[in-house]
Design a protein around this ligand. Structure first.
Ligand code: GLN
Length: 268
């Protein structure tokens, strides 16, 4: 039964590959691609055979950060669980947050998993899986700051991480001239400490980590925006999207993802 199904999948993949090549749309030979079977999904291909290559920006604790040479955190653990389910080895590539979507689009990596918020604009470039966590855009200020709520931000210098939703909303709401963009969230926080900016808008969990690691900072009680995190994959690889999406759904249903979130997420 299972064998028959596999054979049927293999056959339909070959037919699809043959028809694509017939249309002049195929690139590379089908021998180079990896095929595997998920618990119940169709065959899929990955950039490197037998490997799930994930792009992230490893300066976003507790979702991704370095412990020695290793990238650890919520996304790393979820990706490992997804890779295990799909029978793949996980490889993580650390890059600027700003490069993740492009790397997914151009097929350098299989997926982006980076505490990335699902937005309509990003959906034009990549596909998203179902969401696995919620994020909140928070505002960090120095203790004693005259910024007490989100209503006090007008005319203030706002530090953000380049191309994040915090950046996009801050530019929309307060004007690009008031927003300083940094490659890493930690650099924006450093700018706050050295008074180059008056506040930092960033996701709540990294905000909690940064405030815990640096004296004299606090997070405002008022939340700026609530959003959903998901993995992003290429629009040209629907089969892998389905496989990863299916794995995430199963990992949500069996409590694995909640267990990983509970291990890392702390309240203020
Ligand atoms: N959630 C934010 C976004 O998607 C920030 C993600 C990050 O910096 N890794 O833009």
């Amino acid at each position: 039964m299972k064998l028959k199904k596999l054979a049927a999948i293999a056959m339909s993949t070959m037919i699809l590959a043959a028809s694509l090549m017939g249309c002049g749309g195929g690139s590379g030979s089908s021998e180079q691609s990896t095929t595997a079977e998920t618990t119940d999904a169709a065959a899929f291909t990955t950039v490197k055979e037998g490997v799930l290559t994930m792009a992230t920006n490893a300066y976003f604790p507790p979702y991704e950060y370095y412990e020695g040479q290793d990238i650890v955190g919520i996304d790393a653990e979820i990706a490992k669980a997804v890779a295990d389910k799909l029978g793949l080895e996980l490889q993580i590539e650390d890059m600027e947050f700003n490069s993740i979507i492009g790397s997914v689009q151009t097929g350098k990596v299989d997926m982006g998993l980076a505490g990335m918020t699902v937005t309509d604009e990003r959906k034009e470039s990549v596909n998203f899986t179902e969401s696995y966590a919620t994020g909140i855009q928070s505002i960090i200020v120095k203790e004693g700051s005259d910024i007490q709520t989100v209503d006090d931000l007008d005319g203030k210098k706002i530090g953000v991480q380049l191309s994040t939703t915090g950046d996009i909303y801050a530019v929309d709401d307060y004007g690009a001239e008031n927003v300083e963009e940094y490659n890493k969230g930690a650099d924006a926080v450093q700018a706050l400490i050295t008074d180059k900016v008056d506040c930092v808008i960033i996701d709540n969990q990294p905000a909690i980590s940064f405030v815990a690691a640096n004296e004299g900072l606090k997070i405002l009680d008022t939340e700026y925006v609530t959003e959903d995190y998901a993995a992003c994959l290429s629009k040209d690889n629907e089969a892998l999207l389905e496989a990863v999406d299916g794995a995430i759904k199963e990992l949500k249903e069996d409590g694995t993802i909640q267990g990983i979130l509970d291990k890392y997420i702390v309240s203020e």
